[in-house]
Design a protein around this ligand. Structure first.
Ligand code: ADP
Length: 516
């Protein structure tokens, strides 16, 4: 197997300060995390770090080098059942704390994440592959959900409804839904957890997190910090291991009142169906097929910069990544040239190295999927403007790719490619663009580049998408609602709306209020 070259004698010192020198050798990065006490390899059940009951472990691999970083507990049904019991028992005390008490714990957790941002980012780059700068960005973004919901905890207001009879008073209380099962993917190993756990804990729910088997280390490190922050044992549990065993145990339990999931549409549908038997609340954030529409009247620089960011963040492995770049015919050639030039400058390599913009894909299956999509597109008439093959670094590195003359019959425009491939499709009119953009079962993010304000409104209103970026490619933030239309999901995460997913409404009628 090809190993990625890492050069520089000075890179071997684990006590290196990242802010001074971003490049680091993987072994030194692991040592640094270990020394900070954040390299956790067991599950967390009831506040105790716990091995799988049968002692089994799974290896966690660095996708940039193929090295095994460490092994973690390979848990299943029994451990999940115990984690559920622990969350269930802790619900009683955690939900009865005052909002201010819960808020203080969350705020402390946020502070600890920020003071350990470098160790968290190193872990993320090691197990997921994203460039360290992006990983640091994710720590800030991910921790931001905890900070936001620490504040929001104190703003869960009920209502008083004008009564229909003189001797009655009508109220609405908001109460935590109960024990929450949170299943998360590998592409944002921290933020996908904090955007679920933040609102859940803020309103008094307790949680069992099942992180992706590819990226459990960031989740476990964050959980360690939650204990240090004073979040009580049992309020946040983490089980790592067999996905369907853990998932089925969460689904079957009547103690688990809500499932929140980010991941593939196929697994999301399974979880939705599996929740029917116990009628759980379900929030889903599933796949996208984001259109990025560049109109003739767009500012070319803004469009290139925004599309680059929307397409190539995390090497194209996000559900809001631009999947189809629809370019109006008048600007097509100019845009294609400028965009390809910008893509050419993206440096590919191990994310621990300075200046790297594109890390590896998560695994061999992801690489093969990209290859299949490219083959399908070129066999149907697409032309490779840039890239189009595995990167000479080997492993799962793929060349940042731009495809021209793509049409809506190709896999690359029907499904998420989840890789560094930007397909350009040509359109004539605004109506064509809207029709093409909406011609999918997905509806998560869409991007529009135009300098016309009326057009930006018209198109935004017509797009069947939960998030729209106008003249901007990076739009996610903890203060705004995130979620999809159609088969991209159910519910919203982040923002003041995100906490509703974890709350029950209780209507109370106070009757027979006689005069004294
Ligand atoms: P991706 O293709 O992005 O990895 P998945 O939907 O396969 O998306 O994975 C997202 C999360 O769902 C991961 O934590 C994974 O382990 C988990 N998962 C996969 N299959 C199941 C299942 N049958 N039940 C519960 N969780 C599952």
């Amino acid at each position: 197997m090809h190993r990625v070259a890492l050069v520089g004698r000075h890179l071997l010192n684990p006590s290196l300060v990242l802010h001074r020198q971003i490049s680091m050798e993987p072994r030194a990065a692991v040592d640094r995390v270990r020394q900070s006490g954040l390299l956790k390899t067991q599950g967390l059940i009831g506040g105790k770090w716990t091995d799988a009951y049968d002692g089994k472990t799974i290896e966690v691999q660095n996708p940039a080098t193929g090295d095994i970083i460490t092994s973690v507990s390979d848990m299943g049904k029994k451990e999940t059942t115990d984690a559920i019991s622990s969350a269930y028992n802790t619900f009683n005390s955690w939900s009865k704390l005052t909002a201010s008490e819960r808020s203080k714990c969350l705020r402390k957790w946020y502070d600890l994440m920020i003071s350990h941002q470098e160790e968290l980012a190193l872990l993320m780059t090691l197990e997921q592959g994203k460039p360290l700068k992006e990983a640091l960005g994710e720590v800030a973004y991910g921790a931001g959900f905890i900070e936001f919901f620490a504040e929001e905890a104190k703003r869960i207001y009920g209502d008083i409804i004008p009564a229909t009879l003189a001797d009655r008073r009508l109220f609405v209380l908001k109460q935590p839904v109960g024990v929450v099962g949170a299943i998360t993917p590998w592409n944002f190993p921290l933020a996908m957890i904090t955007r679920k756990v933040g609102p859940a804990l803020a309103c008094g729910c307790t949680v069992i997190v099942k992180p992706s088997e590819y990226t459990p280390l960031t989740a476990l490190a964050a959980a360690e910090l939650s204990l240090q922050a004073g979040i009580p044992p049992g309020a946040l549990n983490v089980v790592v291991g067999n996905a369907s065993d853990i998932g089925d145990t969460l689904l079957q339990s009547t103690k688990v009142r809500k499932i929140t999931f980010t991941g593939s549409t196929a697994v999301g549908k399974k979880l939705l169906a599996g929740s029917a038997n116990t009628v759980k609340r379900v929030s889903l954030e599933l796949g996208g097929n984001a259109p990025c529409i560049v109109f003739d009247d767009a500012d070319l620089d803004v469009a290139v910069k925004g599309t680059l960011a929307a397409k190539f963040r995390n090497s194209g492995q996000t559900c809001v990544c631009a999947n189809r770049i629809l370019v109006q015919e008048g600007i097509y050639e100019k845009f294609a040239n400028a965009f390809a030039k910008a893509v050419q400058n993206l440096e590919v390599g191990n994310g621990l190295l300075e200046g790297i913009a594109q890390g590896p894909l998560i695994n061999a299956a992801a690489l093969e999927k990209v290859e299949t999509f490219i083959k399908d597109a070129t066999s149907k008439g697409a032309n490779v403007i840039l890239g189009g093959k595995r990167h000479s670094l080997g492993m799962t590195f793929y060349e940042p790719t731009v495809l021209g003359n793509v049409n809506d019959e190709m896999l690359v425009s029907r499904e998420e490619v989840f890789g560094p491939v930007a397909p350009l499709l040509r359109f004539k009119t605004e109506e064509d663009a809207i029709r093409m953009a909406n011609d999918t079962n997905a509806g998560l993010a869409a991007y529009v580049f135009t300098t016309s304000i009326p057009r930006s409104w018209r198109v935004t209103e017509a797009l069947e998408y939960g998030l729209v970026g106008v003249n901007e490619g990076l739009i996610s933030t903890e203060v705004a609602p995130f979620g999809g239309y159609k088969q991209s999901g159910l519910g919203r995460e982040g923002s003041k709306y995100g906490i509703d997913e974890y709350l029950e409404l209780k209507y109370v009628c106070l009757g027979n209020m006689k005069e004294a």
